[in-house]
Design a protein around this ligand. Sequence first.
Ligand code: AMP
Ligand code: MG
Length: 391
Amino acid sequence: MISFEQALDIVMSTSFRTGTETISYTDALNRVLAGNISSDMDLPPFKKSTVDGFACRKTDLGNDLEILETVPAGNWPSKTIGCNQCSRIMTGAPVPDGADCVIMVEDTEMLPSGLVRFRSSFKKENIAYKGEDVRKGELVLRAGKMIRPQDIAVMASVGHIEITVSKMPRVAVISSGSELVEPNIIPGISQIRNSNASQLMAQIKRAGGSGKYYGIAADDEAQTLSIVEKAISENDMVLVTGGVSMGDFDFIPSVLEQAGVKILFTRIAVQPGKPTTFGLHSRSVIFGLPGNPVSSFIQFEVLVRPLLLKMMDCEWRPLIINMPMNEKFIRRFADRMAFIPVKITDDASVSPVEYHGSAHISALPEADGVISMPVGRQIFEKGEIVSVRQI
Ligand code: AMP
Ligand code: MG
């Protein structure tokens, strides 16, 4: 049995990459940027007002000012501001030549004479200068980034409407187990509903992959082999759940070998997820995940997801937050690294959720993250700082 760190090293040394394609920036959400993006212009592109008010000279603020014109956003000023003059100006409009500040309309008073008077003390210029946010040619988005809505706004503002991204890994999901029925069926007395497949499909989607479900394989070697071979030939990654333990019908490692997979490990010293299996085929990478839904969920997050993102050359790190335990946590055995589902309380401390083991599927919706307890440790003390990894 290898350590979790060794397993992660083996998985992450896989050299497979998905290649790139060009798409519209509007389709970019959750895709991984494959090339740097630079700005085609200064931002802001001109000196602009950040408020609705009057553009004038600071030296004239004690005087009543003559209004020359109104400059709406989208128009260019036609008048230069001179001594004791101003122009009415809207947020986002270009500041006229001669003006060095914009006073807010809320700080002014219109006089019956038609002049305007400043009724406050000077606080700030309320001007955004050309290029103060971004210079023409400056790098605005770096390759390797998983694209979020705020990145799409930057692409839009620099006119980068076609982007090169990594292709999404094609990931097959196979559920194995003769006791499984699909969720629309009422299970018979010895059956359970298949919850892993839909959970994994959602995890793949969230991680930026493209999932394809291949159905339930009964605990039958020949049937499982034919589904696995088809999945390997059509995908970059194959995830099989169930059938990796020590039971009489746990055929997956043998099926994988028959399918030409070179198995790199079949046991990790982790809890949950000990029987997690990993192998390489010339066409794709294969994980055999344990059948219990909590195990397959957590092993996907800690082992599969990092590789899926690496296949896209994504510079991703899980979000990890350090926080104090709000109660003592004890476990009996310390021979494996444990991932413990926890929730973050309202007072920003960490509380393990009620968790009866790797089949306890309703424990995970309560959890905000997992904390990991290393091999050899049995206790987290109340108040001890632990690292919560978001799930
Ligand atoms: P196995 O890894 O095949 O020994 O399965 C371990 C446990 O997980 C057994 O109780 C199975 O019934 C259960 N299990 C296996 N596959 C699934 C699945 N797709 N959805 C829900 N539970 C499963
Ligand atoms: Mg089974």
